[in-house]
Design a protein around this ligand. Structure first.
Ligand SMILES: Nc1nc2c(c(=O)[nH]1)N[C@H]1C(S)=C(S)[C@@H](COP(=O)(O)O)O[C@H]1N2
Ligand SMILES: [Mo]
Length: 310
């Protein structure tokens, strides 16, 4: 991608501080939008096209959503794990409110989301960032967020408004949102039908995955008893996490109860006894669909870290 800093360390807190969240942009530097001039258009196959400014959006009923946020990774390397993940509390307006006000026509089937960023990707020029969802999914799931962890979105994360599609890969959550188009068809676009496609389907639902966060990969820790902890997530509910140490067998970890935020990641812990020396720790999650993280070679391969006990 055109701007792809190394994945920042994922802190072991339930909500990820915004300064620690990875940033992904395809079309160059984040656009610096002026909140006073920003406008969102809702158009296409609707009875009443809308133009809303930020004040109009903020005047609508708001909701909060705590959700895991994960990058799929490079669309050219779909099998490489990124481990770029966060858990954030978004505030915004459900897309349903705007769709209901606009009134989709009977032949409407899809919703396109377009951002204000503009540029070149993979040699293709003059692109905007476009994603799409089936109308019913978009209506039921998407939040138009203007705040993250209680503060306005920073420019790099989509100021003033972005779409948030919970439990879908981050690529679906369009930043710097300026246009929502209701259509009978999917958009034929680099980021919708040509890239971010796997097994013939668009990259949407999160895979089952986990990440060990404490101790962190590469840490040196005192030998003896240690509490390992991490996070697990999936598009379906996580039902279990297992830990394996060095060449030992998989053991069940303690998985935190599902709690009030079904779209959030789930903390897990495991008590271990680590004798002095280097150790390899692995975690693998399983979800309600019966999916378990596979061995290395897939983007959601089990997570493996190395720690040194002294
Ligand atoms: N307009 C726009 N939205 C975008 C992108 C982009 O390049 N442009 N990148 C997507 C990708 S691939 C991811 S993983 C998330 C990253 O969101 P973040 O940078 O706020 O963490 O934004 C998505 N939304
Ligand atoms: Mo991404």
């Amino acid at each position: 991608m055109s701007s792809r800093p190394a994945d920042p360390r994922t802190p072991a807190s339930f909500l990820t501080p915004v300064d620690s969240v990875f940033v992904r942009t395809h079309l160059g530097a984040p656009p610096e939008l002026d909140a006073a001039e920003w406008e969102l258009r809702v158009e296409g196959l609707v009875e009443r096209p809308l133009r809303l400014d930020l004040a109009a959006l903020l005047a609508l009923p708001q909701r909060r959503l705590t959700a895991v946020h994960e990058c799929f990774g490079s669309p050219f390397a779909p099998d490489v794990p990124t481990r770029a993940v966060a858990n954030l509390e978004w505030t915004g307006v459900p897309l349903a409110a705007l769709l209901d006000a606009a009134g989709p026509r009977p032949d409407a089937r899809h919703v396109w989301f377009e951002g204000a960023d503009h540029g070149t990707f993979a040699g293709e020029q003059d692109l905007t960032y476009v994603k799409d969802l089936p109308l019913e999914r978009a209506r039921a799931e998407v939040l138009l967020a203007h705040a993250v962890n209680g503060a306005p979105l920073p420019p790099r994360h989509g100021f003033p408004v972005r779409a948030v599609a919970p439990l879908l890969f981050g690529t679906n959550s369009v930043k710097w949102l300026t246009r929502v188009t209701v259509s009978a068809v999917r958009p034929d676009h680099l980021f919708t039908t040509r890239l971010y496609v796997r097994g013939g389907a668009p990259v949407r639902d999160l895979d089952v995955n986990s990440k060990l966060l404490s101790p962190y990969d590469g840490d040196e820790i005192p030998a003896g008893p240690v509490e390992l902890s991490g996070r697990a997530w999936s598009a379906a509910q996580v039902t279990g996490v297992e830990i394996a140490i060095d060449d030992g067998p998989w053991h069940p970890a303690d998985l935190a109860p599902a709690g009030p935020h079904p779209e959030a990641w789930r903390p897990f812990t495991f008590r271990a006894e680590l004798p002095p020396g280097p150790h390899r720790v692995r975690s693998r999650a399983t979800d309600a669909g019966g999916r378990t993280q596979p061995p290395p070679g897939s983007r959601n391969a089990w997570h493996e870290i190395e720690v040194r006990a002294t």
